[in-house]
Ligand binder design. Structure first.
Ligand code: FPP
Length: 254
C-alpha cells in the first residue's frame, strides 16, 4: 500500500497553492527510534524535540496556518515516572531555546489540554511561550499537552449542560457549531478542523486525538519514526494529500 502510494508521489510536485491550512501530527515512534540505536527511550524524545523545531519551521515556511502536535496525552501518565518526568521537562527546554526562532518566523504558540496538572515549571514555560509569541500572527503552533479528546468532549458536554441548566442556552438550539465552540480547539475558529492528520511510525490508529475535529480530515500513516521525520517527509505527506479527492460526504470534488 505504502509503496504504490509513494510511486505516484514521486511523479507529483508540491502545489504551493493547495497547502493544507491545518495539519495535525501524532508524533509516534520516539521509543522505537531510540531502542533501534540501543539508547534509552528518553533519547528518542530528546531527538523528537529537535524534530518538532525542524518541522514547525518547515510547516511555517510552506504556509501552513495551524500545526497541531500531540505531545502528551491524558493516557501518557501511565508510563514510568522517569519517562513522564522527562517528557514534562521537554516543553521547558524546547521553549527556552526556541521561542526567539518562533518569533522570527512569526509563529504563535497555543496549547490544548489541562495544563494545571503539569509541574509548575512546565506550566510557567508554556504560559511564557504563549505570552512571548502573542503578537505573532503567522502559523499557530498548537501543542496538545495533557490532552485527550474524550476528556475534551466530556468537558464540553459538561459546560453546555451547565449553560442549559442556567437558562443561558436552549437545548433545542444546540448545533454542531455549539459543540465545536466548547472544545479546546475553539480559539482556532474556522481552522479548528485539521485538513490532514499524519501519524508517524507505521501505527494506524487515532489514540484519542481530536476525534470531533478530524471527522473529515485526510489521514496519512507514514512509516518513519518521529525523530526521522523532517521537512521533506512533511512535503511528501502534503503531496499525497493533494492527490486525494475531498468530497465531505457529497459528490463534488472540493
Ligand atoms: C510517542 O512516541 C511520543 C510521545 C508520547 C511524546 C512525544 C513528544 C515529543 C516528540 C517531544 C515533544 C516536544 C515538545 C516541545 C513538547 P513513543 O514514545 O510512544 O514511541 P514508541 O511507540 O516507539 O514507544
Amino acid at each position: 500500500m505504502f509503496s504504490s502510494k509513494k510511486d505516484t508521489n514521486t511523479e507529483r510536485k508540491l502545489d504551493m497553492d493547495r497547502i493544507p491550512a491545518h495539519i495535525a501530527i501524532i508524533m509516534d515512534g520516539n521509543g522505537r527510534w531510540a531502542q533501534a540505536r540501543h539508547l534509552p527511550r528518553v533519547a528518542g524524545h530528546k531527538q523528537g524535540m529537535q524534530t518538532v523545531k525542524k518541522v514547525a519551521i518547515a510547516a511555517s515556511d510552506l504556509g501552513v496556518k495551524v500545526l497541531s502536535l500531540y505531545a502528551f496525552s491524558t493516557e501518557n501518565w501511565k508510563r514510568p515516572a522517569t519517562e513522564v518526568n522527562y517528557l514534562m521537562q521537554l516543553p521547558i527546554r524546547f521553549f527556552a531555546t526556541f521561542v526567539p526562532d518562533l518569533v522570527k518566523h512569526n509563529v504563535g504558540v497555543m496549547v490544548m489540554g489541562d495544563i494545571t496538572r503539569l509541574p509548575g515549571g512546565t506550566q510557567q514555560a508554556v504560559k511564557d511561550a504563549i505570552k512571548d509569541t502573542a503578537d505573532c500572527d503567522g502559523m499557530i503552533l498548537n501543542f496538545a499537552l495533557n490532552y485527550g479528546s474524550r476528556d475534551e468532549i466530556t468537558r464540553a458536554v459538561r459546560s453546555i449542560a451547565t449553560e442549559v441548566q442556567n437558562g443561558q442556552l436552549d437545548s433545542a438550539a444546540i448545533t454542531e457549531q455549539t459543540i465545536s465552540d466548547h472544545l479546546m480547539s475553539a480559539p482556532l475558529g474556522d481552522l479548528a478542523d485539521p485538513d490532514l492528520l499524519i501519524r508517524t511510525s507505521g501505527e494506524e490508529r487515532i489514540s484519542n486525538f481530536m476525534l470531533w475535529q478530524i471527522g473529515y480530515s485526510e489521514l496519512e500513516f507514514m512509516p518513519e519514526h518521529w525523530p526521522d521525520f523532517d521537512g521533506e517527509t512533511l512535503k511528501r505527506a502534503i503531496i499525497d494529500f493533494q492527490g486525494r479527492h475531498r468530497r465531505f460526504g457529497g459528490l463534488v470534488n472540493k
